[in-house]
Design a protein around this ligand. Structure first.
Ligand code: FAD
Ligand code: FES
Length: 276
């Protein structure tokens, strides 16, 4: 049982940040890793990225968007409530070391939470971070303060212009790479699949390596079931054990989008039944 110690909402309650007591995971986890949680004994298992950890306090932070039955159930839990299972850390940690040039980190929507732990890891390894974070409107922007703390330069975008640059993260990224691409070691782009695909189309043009984080449907999270198959560089990989971070220039994003939609009708029915 894992107790919820803190809880805050963003984006009019549609995105939730919880800090839970999980001392073993907090000690062992590295940036890029995730956990699989089950809220109660009849609940489904879902993967969530570790957005932050505090090994001394023995806590991990999870940030999730309410998109269906399990995320809605998790959001209904409050401070002092328990989550039945939290399994992890899972997935391959991102290699952390000091690079000669700056690292450009780009996050969209809830992807900013996934990006944060990785960007913080690079920062703590002594790197200079340029960040671009965006959302569709100001109230949906998350973890601005946390990203500011680890960035030497920070850009904000909103699709509707309510905050920061009026437009997409991809536009600012393209401008930075055009003006000072030589100062950038590589790009980390994390967000909706369409955003990561668009980022990779641009960074290919600039010949700049790009790390993305893939979120196919996962079942066991340990490489046993094959549910999280993705195509990377023409090879089949399991995102839960070979990733979830991959070289974005090698990822077949169209296949990922197709596979993510496999159970869309069942998910809709399941959510409808749970709120009826
Ligand atoms: P459902 O109605 O069941 O599904 C809604 C959509 O969520 C589906 O169409 C599908 O795209 C996705 N989804 C559903 N079940 C799964 C599953 N078992 N595995 C993966 N995706 C699923 N979301 C966040 O908000 N924050 C995170 O930090 C985060 N980290 C993730 C890390 C990884 C490695 C992966 C694979 C996914 C991550 N996700 C994250 C997505 C999150 O797991 C899904 O939003 C969640 O499973 C939805 O469950 P649901 O029952 O609420 O919705
Ligand atoms: Fe089963 Fe990755 S979730 S192999």
């Amino acid at each position: 049982m894992y107790v919820i110690l803190d809880k805050k909402d963003y984006a009019r309650g549609t995105i939730v940040n919880i800090r839970i007591e999980a001392p073993e995971i907090a000690k062992k986890c590295s940036p890029g890793q995730f956990v699989v949680i089950r809220v109660n004994e009849t609940g489904e298992r879902i993967p969530l990225t570790i957005a932050d950890n505090d090994p001394l306090a023995g806590t991990v932070t999870l940030v999730f968007q309410i998109v269906g039955k399990t995320t809605a159930l998790l959001a209904s839990r409050n401070v002092g409530d328990f989550i039945m299972d939290v399994v992890g850390p899972l997935g391959k940690p991102v290699e952390m070391k000091k690079y000669n040039k700056k690292i450009l980190t780009v996050g969209g929507g809830t992807g900013v939470a996934v990006l944060h732990h990785i960007a913080k890891g690079y920062y703590e390894a002594g790197n200079e971070i340029i960040s671009i974070i965006g959302s569709r409107t100001k109230s949906y922007l998350i973890m601005e303060e946390e990203m500011k703390r680890i960035s030497t330069e920070m850009h904000i975008t909103t699709d509707d212009g309510t905050y920061g640059f009026h437009g997409f993260v991809t536009q600012v990224m393209d401008m930075i790479l055009s003006e000072r691409g030589d100062d950038i070691e590589f790009v980390v782009a994390i967000g909706p699949v369409v955003m990561m695909k668009a980022c990779c189309d641009i960074t290919k043009r600039h010949n700049k390596k790009t790390i993305v984080s893939l979120n196919p449907i996962m079942v066991d999270g340990t490489g046993m079931c094959g549910a999280c198959r993705v195509q990377v560089g023409g090879e089949t990989k399991f995102a839960c054990v070979h990733g979830p971070q991959f070289d974005g220039h090698l990822v077949d994003f169209d296949l990922l989008i197709k596979r993510q939609r496999t159970y869309i009708e069942d998910e809709r029915i399941s959510l409808f039944r749970s709120i009826k």
